[in-house]
Design a protein around this ligand. Structure first.
Ligand code: PLP
Length: 454
């Protein structure tokens, strides 16, 4: 591609290495420069408007121009732009936010620890679990089980828990002690004539067999997203969570709910754990906590997790862990205002109602010859495209998904293809007319895809 010398596009290619991007292809294609936002829309540098059907990265709950979040950030910047939380120091926004998160937790929790990203939160959780096992004298109880297709971030331990090949290949990951059990993807993994509940039983049996094979005393924790996001918006099959939790209880294994996508309304309840009857010991949160206006994350833990950690820090003299920016006063102030707005405007109920409209609308396309599956819960959904007339050899996995995503982008809708699954996860502020607009663009794009693959 010929980029105008010294243009923003050319300078981006010259100086910027992007995550989740083919670095060589970037030079050929050039970047899409996102310039400004308004409600559920973003505009590129040519002024073209898009519905942000992914809420950025599953995260901008309040849309792209919420002035109250800006005001909260500015007010906090003016008052105290930074202070840390080491060595018994704290500040008002961190205190208020910790109390708020504990008060809205779906299960009784005891303490909150602040971090800066979803990956960092999950990496920290692994360290805390190892620390806890040592505190309890359970020196072999260190392994963590996650799921194939699960996404928990990209730092060394978090990426080891992630169950996606591109996050491991050539990074020398996963490291030892991280295991991946069956993905709960009924559409892809379910066998012929196997019902959803039979598939859920098989998932739980596979987990049980893995624990037995490794030795139950070596498994410290199981981590999972209530609904898998990056793995393709995988809604768990009926009875999955009750069966999985029964296995974990049998072997005294901690349960971590990675709610980085699900928390704060996405599944139609404040937490995904509520939607699926999950009773976690630890909950990871980020993304919609600040609507991604500020990099921020946190996890909360119950007393079963906290008490041994507190004892060990007392034995050693200090908890030797913490981040400069953890609990940042500006991020905490933005998070508090963000949660206040979600509650005031009842955006959890809006997510449930608009989500029903979105899912019902997408379900209409299930008869389309290029649509294999539609799934979702609350305001997170996926539509999976399939090769026409069984021509799977002509279309390697991901090719049709990428094509559909490109057509939708051209038509003004940002989605993201994970393989052949197109994800929809718009801001929680979306209204019915905007849901209809999304559905209209999907329909038009499916028609264009049909022509393209003829
Ligand atoms: N956990 C889940 C469920 C996620 O979806 C993500 C990011 O998409 C992460 C963890 C990692 O978060 P971050 O990108 O902030 O490190």
């Amino acid at each position: 591609m010929n980029l105008r010398p010294n243009s923003d596009e050319a300078r981006d290619v010259a100086y910027h290495l992007h995550g989740y991007t083919n670095a060589r292809a970037h030079g050929d294609r050039g970047p899409i420069i996102v310039d400004r936002g308004e409600g559920i829309h973003v505009f590129d540098s040519n002024g073209k408007r898009y519905i942000e059907g992914m809420a950025g990265l599953w995260s901008v709950a309040l849309g792209f121009d919420e002035t109250r979040l800006m005001d909260a950030a500015f007010a906090q910047m003016e008052k105290l732009p930074f202070s840390h939380t080491f060595s018994h120091r704290t500040h008002g926004p961190a205190i208020d936010l910790a109390e708020k998160l504990i008060s809205i937790s779906p299960v009784p929790m005891s303490k909150v620890f602040f971090t800066n990203s979803g990956s960092e939160a999950n990496d920290t959780i692994v360290k805390m679990i190892w620390y806890r096992s040592n505190a309890l004298g359970l020196h072999d109880k260190k392994k963590i089980i996650s799921r194939l297709g699960g996404y928990h971030g990209v730092t060394v331990a978090a990426a080891s828990m992630t169950g996606l090949p591109t996050n491991h290949k050539s990074f020398d990951l996963p490291i030892d002690g991280f295991l991946h059990t069956t993905s709960p993807h009924y559409y892809r993994e379910g066998r012929d004539a196997e019902s959803e509940t039979e598939f859920a039983t098989r998932c739980a049996d596979d987990l049980d067999a893995m624990i037995q094979a490794e030795g139950p005393d070596t498994i410290a924790a199981f981590i999972a997203e209530p609904v898998m996001g990056a793995g393709g918006v995988v809604v768990p099959p009926a009875t999955y969570w009750e069966k999985i939790q029964a296995v974990l209880a049998k072997y005294d294994i901690l349960l971590i709910a990675d709610e980085v996508i699900c928390a704060f309304g996405r599944t139609g309840n404040m937490f995904g754990s509520t939607t699926f009857g999950i009773k976690p010991d630890i909950i990871t949160m980020s993304k919609q906590l600040t609507s991604s206006y500020f990099p921020f994350s946190a996890f909360m833990m119950n007393d079963r997790v906290y008490e041994p950690i507190a004892d060990e820090s007392n034995n050693i003299g200090v908890l030797g862990h913490g981040y400069t920016g953890g609990g940042h006063p500006v991020g905490a102030a933005v998070a508090l205002e963000n949660l206040k707005i979600i509650e005031e405007r009842d955006l959890v109920a809006n997510a449930a109602a608009r989500g029903n409209e979105l899912l019902a609308g997408l379900a209409h396309f299930e008869d389309h010859p290029l649509v294999g599956n539609v799934r979702g819960v609350g305001l997170i959904a996926a539509l999976e495209v399939i090769a026409p007339d069984g021509r799977t050899d002509d279309f390697p996995v991901g090719q049709l998904g990428a094509k559909m995503s490109a057509i939708m982008l051209k038509n003004g809708l940002v989605s993201r293809n994970m393989g052949d699954a197109l994800a929809f996860c718009p801001p929680l502020i979306i209204n019915s007319a905007e849901v209809k607009k999304i559905l209209h663009i999907v329909e038009k794009s499916l028609d264009e895809l049909s022509v393209a693959v003829r």
